[in-house]
Design a protein around this ligand. Structure first.
Ligand code: ADP
Ligand code: 5GP
Length: 206
């Protein structure tokens, strides 16, 4: 019986904890796959090619846009980011659920082309904690820090495009809420095509 996986879009301001939560989610749920994006930003200390991102040049990124290699792409905080189409389509076809950790512009493109996707917005408890988390991560220059904080307000305005909001105050609580959302979405009748086919067949027998 053919079963297609679902797309799970996770967005939120930089430092909200998206990467941390996605990592934990993947450890606990083997049916989930994380889409690794292509980016023109430089690797942070400890980031690995093919694991965190596929790092590339602006020229190569633009070539990939031309070749329609992205499911969606956007310029975020002065760098390009894009979701490789081939990986995602293959996984969905194999029945795996795929997480896209992408910004609000990318989420809007996915919403248009994949209306069945699940959209989750991650919020920090407050702005002070958001700033503390970015500082604690130690990954940004002052300019990049300011860019991320200033953009947070604009990102928040896009929250109404999303289906769910999860406040990442306590990591365990936030993780458990996301797991519940994924679990409930998998139970939607509309996502269980084989069940619908089974019921239809039984109808014909009666
Ligand atoms: P994002 O991917 O949204 O930019 P990260 O996952 O990189 O955010 O998290 C930013 C920083 O905040 C990291 O240092 C991470 O360890 C920390 N962090 C994430 N979630 C929490 C939490 N619930 N409580 C405290 N610190 C957190
Ligand atoms: P960072 O540089 O902190 O890893 O990511 C910066 C922003 O880019 C985050 O909001 C992240 O969700 C977003 N992002 C990462 N990959 C993609 C992608 O493939 N597409 C889009 N549209 N945004 C992405």
């Amino acid at each position: 019986m053919e079963h297609h996986g679902m797309l799970i879009v996770i967005s939120g301001p930089s430092g909200a904890g998206k990467g941390t939560l996605c990592g934990l989610l993947l450890e606990k749920d083997k049916n989930l796959a994380l889409s690794v994006s292509v980016t023109t930003r430089l690797p942070r200390d400890g980031e690995k090619e093919g694991e965190n991102y596929f790092f590339t040049s602006v020229e190569d990124f633009q070539e990939k846009i031309k070749n329609n290699e992205f499911l969606e792409w956007a310029k975020v905080y002065n760098n390009y980011y894009g979701t490789p189409r081939e990986f995602v389509e293959k996984y969905l076809k194999d029945g795996r659920d795929v997480i896209l950790e992408i910004d609000i512009q990318g989420a809007a493109q996915i919403k248009k082309n994949y209306p069945d996707a699940v959209f989750i917005f991650i919020l920090p408890p407050d702005l002070e904690e958001l700033k503390n988390r970015i500082i604690k991560r130690g990954s940004e220059t002052l300019d990049s820090f300011n860019l991320r904080i200033n953009y947070a307000r604009e990102e928040l305005r896009a929250i109404f495009m999303y289906d769910y909001v999860v406040v990442n105050d306590n990591l365990e609580n936030a993780l458990s809420k996301i797991q519940s959302i994924v679990s409930a979405e998998r139970c939607r009748v509309s996502r269980n095509k084989s069940l619908i086919e089974f019921v239809n067949r039984r109808d014909r027998l009666i």
